[in-house]
Design a binder for this molecule. Structure first.
Ligand code: HEM
Length: 126
């Protein structure tokens, strides 16, 4: 039986698997590696902390995710296809390894935020 996405350890497993796939993806990898030139050692803990906030109610993550993506979008526009690909990879990674109410919630929250973000990146403000 697959575990649920209901603890910091499972969220770490998820984030590592998601980024392993995303950083191999021809469409998305260059946005992380070339456009934003992320430092994985700093980025992955932020992503874990973000999902711990959304799924487990932890209060550690306090950054403005929309503005961070607006800055990426200003360098290289994030397209509808990019959001579709991101969400497909996210959903596939969840479904391959996890099952349960937290896993379902993660997919629903990701879809909602991706939809909001797709609209927000090209506008200023909140
Ligand atoms: C087209 C889809 C997306 C692309 C290409 C993308 C790309 C990126 C990139 C390049 C960064 C690093 C920015 C930097 O450090 O300068 C980043 C950060 C981040 N992304 Fe995305 N992203 C996408 C969608 C999403 C969505 C839908 C979510 C949430 C559900 C999300 C959550 C985050 C978080 C939490 C960070 C860390 C921000 C921080 O530094 O605190 N991303 N993203």
């Amino acid at each position: 039986m697959k575990p649920d996405l209901d603890s910091p350890q499972q969220i770490k497993t998820f984030v590592d698997a998601f980024y392993a796939d995303m950083l191999k993806d021809r469409q998305l990898a260059p946005i992380f590696l070339d456009v934003a030139a992320i430092d994985l050692a700093k980025h992955l803990p932020l992503i874990r902390s973000y999902w711990e906030k959304l799924l487990l109610g932890s209060r550690d993550y306090q950054r403005h995710t929309m503005n961070i993506h607006r800055a990426v979008h200003a360098k290289r526009p994030l397209t509808a296809q990019d959001f579709k690909r991101w969400l497909n990879l996210f959903t596939e990674t969840v479904d391959k390894r996890f099952a349960g109410s937290y896993a379902e919630r993660a997919k629903a929250v990701a879809a909602q935020i991706a939809s909001n973000m797709e609209k927000a990146v090209s506008t200023v403000g909140n």
